[in-house]
Design a protein around this ligand. Sequence first.
Ligand code: FEO
Ligand code: CA
Ligand code: CA
Ligand code: CA
Length: 645
Amino acid sequence: MTKTGDTFEDVMAAEIGRRTVLRGGLMGAGTFLAASPFMASTAGATELPNPSPQHLGGFSSGSRSLISFAAIDTNSEDTVTVPEGYTAQPMIPWGDPIVPSGPTFNSDASNSAAEQALQFGMGHDGIAYFPLRGGLGPSSRIGLLCVNHEYTIGEQLFTEGLARNEDREITVEWTAEHTLKEQNAHGVSITEVRRHKNNYKEWETAESRYARRITPNTPMSFDGPAAGHRLLQTAMDPEGVTPIGTWNNCGNGVTPWGTYITCEENFNGYFWEETDGTADGISTEQAELNARYGVGGRGFGYWWATTDDRFRADLHPQEPNRFGWIVEIDPMDPDSTPIKHTALGRFKHEGAAFGTAANGAIVCYMGDDERFDYLYKFVGAQDWRAAKAAGVSPLAEGTLYVARFDEGSIGEWLPLVQGEGPLTAANGFVDQGDVVIKARLAADLLGATQMDRPEWTAVHPETGEMFVTCTNNSRRTEPNVANPRIENRMGHILRLLDDDGDPGSTTFTWDFFVLAGAGDGTDGSTVDAEDLFGSPDGLVIDRRGTMWIQTDGSQPDGSNNQMLACDLSTGEIRRFLVGPVDCEVTGVAFTPDLSTMFVNIQHPGDSGPADNPTETSTWPDGEGAARPRPATVAIRRVDGQMIGT
Ligand code: FEO
Ligand code: CA
Ligand code: CA
Ligand code: CA
């Protein structure tokens, strides 16, 4: 129902204009759930009465709600809180071995770099569960977990911590061993997990031929239009085809063919380039790239460049160009080489959500998490099954697009294709390799919509609706059509549907799914006060159509970061989980039967800037523990039934 005098209507109407009905496609898509809020709003109205489906009256189908647990309150406890009738088991924390026979964690953090390479890394982020085949098909009892490790906190990683002076310079004697231990705590872990042999309700790791660590030193390959490109060639790899490693692995994706996608986000902050682009060998072109991608100075304060020349961007100016990609890993083939798919563009990749176009081509939606950066989509060149059958990667060839949101709830995917529009040689785009390596610069020229830090994307498995979290942007001074709040501290979630219900379409309709905040009429938010949240980040839709919203940032009432469930058939939101003190909740995976949900708790106890966190948490090891540890929690219903129902 339209709520006249609604905070959103009052504050935003001028910026947003009248939202017209989502056009085309919706009614004809044929695959929409009967209770889809989109369907209801198009059927009964000529404009969306309110951007939040929570306030859209009358679309409930009367069918049973997808979520039935009792919502929990916010809190500031140093624990993981889940609803009554659920259990949350911390598992695979940073430092535990990826197989039971591996090196055990020393609680004083004295493990060596070599031991760290056989243990789970820090900064658990994106996660996926790959069932192994039991006698009855894909197993919900034995599987592989792939876990991203986004970043490290030296104060927790090293026994003696990391002393810094007021210029943020590390004052301990930094050695190659320090660099290697930090590197080995980045990347991806693949581990085999199974339900505990003595306690069926819990999970444990197993000895496994699949278990492996992927780190900033793991050999990889490039494919796609930039493979072998002049801008990817380095002294170590003159051909420009064999990059080494991955880091700052943030969100993730799972391809329909069963591989793991890890996303390289803040790759820039690990390089040093203290000459402001003036070192011998840094071209004007490279200096422009460094400026646009944030390579410069001493990055985020990592000290790797002092012992590992590869991170000296003054000495190896093109090394940063080999990061900021989508990386595909085949967890079922432990000998496989991870592939960086350059066709999907180079930016600060947050996550990757997949769909399939009407013609069978793979579609991947991706956010570039930077203030005022963009939302992208890749559409494969051919039916992905045909590509697989022909031995070709469906992600090797296709078209990259960037989103422009327009008035009237419509928008357009603008192709990043060399030779089209402004993407010419005269503008620095000689070939398609230039376009994907310089994707941000290409998108700038196309006039894409500058977003409030687009983070995770998620696709509804039945309706094809795509959701994207815009986590926050405190620096916004000018609203635009899709980012209506200045100094947007609480963030929002947009909903988008490609025209004709075809993810391959180049036009779309969109609306505001929810504007986050306190829900008390003070901040333009459209949530109910009982569902308050801020800084939506992680976003996953399970196969039943429940969307799981995870937060990373200040919450409206000062409580801990959290995860909420949203029944997409009704728009109802309920708080499901609250994390421990000073953590971020990020990454969700399920067993096929939805009886176990795996959720990551990142950086518990990190209360300050990444270079000087105060340890405020002892989670998960508890009181007396010397330091907190990021970990996964396995969440189950006590009665063993599906999560959320
Ligand atoms: Fe790694 Fe944008 O979160
Ligand atoms: Ca994130
Ligand atoms: Ca975030
Ligand atoms: Ca609610």
